[in-house]
Design a protein around this ligand. Structure first.
Ligand code: HEM
Length: 326
């Protein structure tokens, strides 16, 4: 038991639980939760499922069974950024895809991906400062643009993120959106060779910009379910391979576009349903749940994410139990 607890502490990193609790407090606005029972981030979403069809091309890089040519089951969630389960979907600044891919031997790869290819900052402390800078001003109830601008000025490492944000045009669907894993991971092959990677989900559906007209609050959910009625939706899982010297511990710093890529396979989604009472609702898409053959990089944000996702799940599970929330 003592060994187990010590192991768990080690896995969460020193002080990570304390910091996670503070970060999740900031995410929920500092006081009582406004939306009991819901995720403290990416609160609005849909449960989805389907399969991952491996090309076999990444099997030489990683011994994980899911990369060998063949199929694995997928349970996932499409969502928007933010802590409100009733926020309008189409205009959200961040869209997301989270997946749990289960190998034939039961081992899972859980991943949570966002629209930006990079983070604004590279450490959990700076990420927490960013959340504070972006929090609504109590006087106006809205974020303070001057405070946000001052934050970015104090963090020059946010240059790539800001360039992405300035060029970003939202599409009209979750289906034709690219999603990025952002933090680096390490693929390990059968001989123990290690290759740091990042990845992108590249949609098969073609890009159509989001129109200027009015959109219902649930525009993305409705549209996604309508598309699925016409057939499966697909993304290519494209791995980007780091070269020596590329930063593997800082999600704010992109790697050159010229890096070699390997298409590991296709994610095919075939069904979607509301998250309330859905099979993805109780799932924590902890990015450190990994099969053998995929390991975390030294990026400290990964460990902060594990601790924060666990804290959010603890809170929402307790609320669901005590208050009957979804
Ligand atoms: C220190 C950095 C981060 C913190 C503290 C953080 C925190 C959180 C928390 C608390 C949740 C709710 C978890 C739950 O209740 O199940 C969440 C969900 C999520 N996060 Fe993060 N996050 C961070 C970075 C990232 C990054 C870099 C990405 C993308 C690469 C990401 C993508 C997501 C997604 C997609 C979800 C929703 C997962 C789902 O559908 O259940 N997060 N995050």
């Amino acid at each position: 038991m003592a060994v187990g607890v010590a192991g768990l502490r080690g896995a969460f990193g020193n002080g990570a639980e304390h910091r996670a609790s503070a970060i999740v407090d900031t995410m929920q606005g500092g006081g009582e939760p406004m939306h009991a029972g819901f995720r403290r981030a990416h609160a609005r979403g849909l449960c989805v499922s389907g399969r991952f069809i491996a090309s076999g091309d990444a099997a030489a890089l990683s011994s994980a069974g899911l990369f060998a040519a063949g199929e694995s089951q997928v349970l996932g969630r499409m969502s928007i950024g933010g802590g409100s389960p009733v926020a309008p979907e189409a205009s959200a600044g961040v869209r997301s895809m989270a997946l749990a891919i289960t190998q034939a031997d039961g081992q899972q790869w859980r991943m949570a991906m966002n629209t930006p290819p990079v983070l604004a900052v590279g450490t959990p402390e700076a990420f927490h400062d960013q959340l504070r800078a972006m929090a609504p001003d109590p006087a106006t109830g809205k974020p303070d643009p001057a405070r946000i601008a001052a934050f970015f000025e104090a963090h020059p490492e946010s240059a790539a993120f800001r360039a992405w944000q300035a060029a970003y045009t939202a599409s009209d669907s979750w289906a034709n959106t690219q999603y990025h894993g952002i933090n680096a991971f390490v693929l390990v092959d059968a001989q123990g060779q290690r290759q740091p990677v990042r990845w992108t989900m590249v949609p098969e559906a073609s890009f159509v910009p989001l129109g200027d007209g009015a959109h219902s609050d649930d525009a993305l959910s409705r549209e996604f379910q309508q598309r699925l009625a016409d057939g499966p939706l697909r993304w290519t899982l494209r791995l980007q391979l780091a070269e020596p010297g590329d930063p593997v511990d800082n999600g704010a710093l992109p790697w050159p576009d010229t890096r070699r890529t390997v298409d590991a396979g296709t994610v095919e989604l075939t069904s979607a349903r509301p998250q309330e009472g859905g099979d993805c609702n109780g799932l924590n898409f902890d990015p450190l749940v990994l099969p053998e053959g995929i390991e975390p990089s030294d990026d400290p944000v990964l460990h902060a994410r594990r601790a924060a996702y666990a804290e959010s799940l603890r809170r929402r599970a307790r609320e669901t139990l005590l208050e009957g929330a979804p």
